[in-house]
Design a binder for this molecule. Structure first.
Ligand code: SF4
Length: 114
C-alpha cells in the first residue's frame, strides 16, 4: 500500500485503520475543491515555502498548520518525494522530511561525509 492510495478520514497521523483507499487523482480532486484564498501558500509570499532562511522556513511551516488541505498536501509531497521546500507543514530535503533547515555556514566538525 502506498501513501497515494490513502486518504485520512480523521485528520490523525497515519494509521492503517483510519484510511480508506482512494486514487491520487481523487486526492487532487479533493484539494482542488478548496478555495485558493484558504490556502496560506496562495495568499502569502510563495517564496517563504522555498526560503533559504531557517526563520522563513519555520514561518511557512507555521502558516501551513492552518491549511485545510495540509494532510493531503503532505501525503502528496511524500509520494512525490519532493526535493525541497515546505509541504503540508513539513520541510522536505531530497524527498524526506527533515526537522529544520540548518543555516548556511561551516559544516560541523564531527559531520560524517555522505
Ligand atoms: S499545506 Fe500545502 S497547500 Fe497548504 S499552505 Fe502548506 S504548502 Fe500550501
Amino acid at each position: 500500500m502506498t501513501i497515494s492510495e490513502l486518504v485520512r478520514t480523521d485528520g490523525a497521523l497515519p494509521m492503517t485503520e483510519s484510511f480508506e483507499a482512494v486514487s491520487l487523482g481523487q486526492l487532487h480532486d479533493q484539494a482542488s475543491q478548496v478555495d485558493d484564498e484558504l490556502l496560506p501558500c496562495r495568499v502569502n509570499n510563495p517564496e517563504l515555502w522555498f526560503a533559504e532562511s531557517p526563520v522563513d522556513v519555520e514561518s511557512a511551516k507555521a502558516l501551513c498548520q492552518e491549511c485545510p488541505v495540509r494532510s493531503l498536501c503532505l501525503d502528496g509531497a511524500l509520494e512525490r518525494r519532493e526535493p525541497w521546500g515546505v509541504w503540508g507543514g513539513q520541510l522536505f530535503l531530497q524527498g524526506v522530511v527533515i526537522a529544520r533547515k540548518r543555516p548556511r555556514g561551516r559544516p560541523r566538525k564531527n559531520e560524517v561525509a555522505a
